[in-house]
Design a protein around this ligand. Structure first.
Ligand code: SAM
Length: 223
């Protein structure tokens, strides 16, 4: 890992409380898999601390690393798991599969109201980067180093229109994009220290997108 990545990794680790996290040898689920995995948990932790949701739905809790953080941030929150929940009035939904989120989003769509905050991971970024068209529900021509264009011009607008809420923050890593959507504005301090473009994406985002580093203010190629 280069020094810049290492710094981001360590900065993220410092933001997290010391907890008895579940052990996981499953690839991609450990707290410290990479800087994107750490920052996902930092944002989860901050968001739950800020929102104090009454009801939270985690569609893919895995071994429960984020669950531990949600519980610590907001002990009174009722947490539900899986995508087949019937109860209305969920305040926070975390869609965090490996791979594509589209099928899960269809299953939870009826739970999403204007007051809801929704977080979504999309591992199709890996397929987009490698131009593996079968790994993408909506194959794109923006592959490889043009992954930032896919994120901003295709993926985020599509996500907004499926969910019906605005993208308030996202970060992109070569294997995943994490987006946070809400109707209401959320404080910028929630994302402090988290770059939108991680690792080598930074270089290509700067070149390809006007204001590519920090240029997404809820309206960049997205209504
Ligand atoms: C990214 S991990 C979840 C990590 C967890 N949300 C956290 O932050 O600690 C995704 C989990 O979903 C599980 N999973 C189950 N069914 C899946 C599916 N159809 N597609 C993707 N992942 C699935 C994986 O095995 C894995 O445990």
């Amino acid at each position: 890992m280069n020094p810049e990545r290492q710094k981001l990794f360590q900065d993220g680790m410092r933001q997290l409380p010391t907890l008895p996290y579940p052990n996981s040898s499953r690839n991609g689920e450990a707290l410290d898999t990479d800087e994107a995995a750490i920052w996902k948990r930092v944002l989860n932790y901050r968001l739950a601390s800020f929102l104090r949701p009454r009801l939270l739905l985690e569609t893919h809790p895995g071994v429960g690393v984020s669950t531990s953080l949600y519980r610590h941030a907001s002990p009174k929150t009722d947490i539900f798991y899986g995508a087949a929940m019937l109860a209305p009035r969920v305040d926070l939904i975390d869609v965090d599969p490996f791979g594509s989120p589209w099928d899960t989003l269809q299953k939870v769509k009826h739970l999403i109201s204007r007051n809801c905050v929704v977080q979504v991971s999309n591992g199709e970024a890996h397929a987009v980067r490698r131009n593996l068209r079968r790994g993408q529900k909506y194959p794109t021509r923006y592959f490889g180093r043009r992954l930032p264009q896919w994120v901003v011009w295709e993926y985020l607008p599509r996500l907004q229109s499926v969910i019906g809420l605005k993208v308030r923050f996202f970060y992109a890593f070569p294997t995943t994009v994490r987006a946070i959507l809400a109707e209401k504005e959320l404080p910028e301090t929630l994302w402090e220290g988290c770059p939108r473009w991680m690792w080598w994406l930074r270089k290509y985002a700067v070149r390809a997108l006007p204001g590519g580093l920090e240029g997404f203010h809820g309206g960049y190629g997205v209504e």
